[in-house]
Design a protein around this ligand. Structure first.
Ligand code: HEM
Length: 131
């Protein structure tokens, strides 16, 4: 048996988010965007991201923000999103299994696709890729 668990609640969400941003912070392409360009305040950003993912996966409306505007001033390109998704999927697959693990990857892909459409990085109208 592999040592993977279902995403059952807040505990797993926090683990997932922490592991993901650990990977982001070690990534030569993405780390400078978060830490040099945006100068992210991690102790504030991480709990916000726990809330965001808890809201997406469990439908508890604890996140009340607006994700997209934060992404408009970062000069993001398609390869940044590709790398972001690659790291996110790796993080999920390293520790988690089951329906909500798949759901997390699908939602990340859908939101990344919409962000890229809104940023003019992807043509609008090809539909959102959902599994
Ligand atoms: C190229 C890919 C991406 C980069 C470089 C990136 C970077 C950032 C940065 C720098 C922030 C601001 C953090 C702060 O407030 O200090 C942020 C916020 C946020 N990002 Fe991303 N992001 C990316 C993709 C995504 C995707 C695909 C999602 C959703 C699945 C997402 C969800 C969020 C959310 C929810 C916030 C918090 C917004 C708020 O409530 O203020 N990001 N991101």
């Amino acid at each position: 048996m592999e040592n993977k668990t279902e995403i059952k609640g807040r505990t797993e969400v926090e683990l997932l988010v922490n592991n993901f941003y650990d990977r982001v912070n070690q990534d030569p392409m993405l780390s400078p965007i978060f830490n040099v360009q945006a100068q992210v305040n991690w102790p504030a950003h991480l709990p916000n991201m726990y809330d965001f993912w808890e809201t997406l996966l469990f439908g508890r409306a604890v996140y009340k923000g607006f994700p997209f505007p934060k992404h408009t001033t970062l000069n993001l390109r398609a390869e940044h999103f590709d790398r972001w998704l690659e790291l996110f999927n790796q993080t999920v697959d390293a520790d988690f299994t089951g329906l909500l693990a798949e759901e997390a990857k699908n939602k990340a892909l859908n939101i990344a696709t919409v962000f890229q459409m809104r940023l003019g990085l992807k043509p609008v109208g090809l539909g959102i890729v959902a599994k």
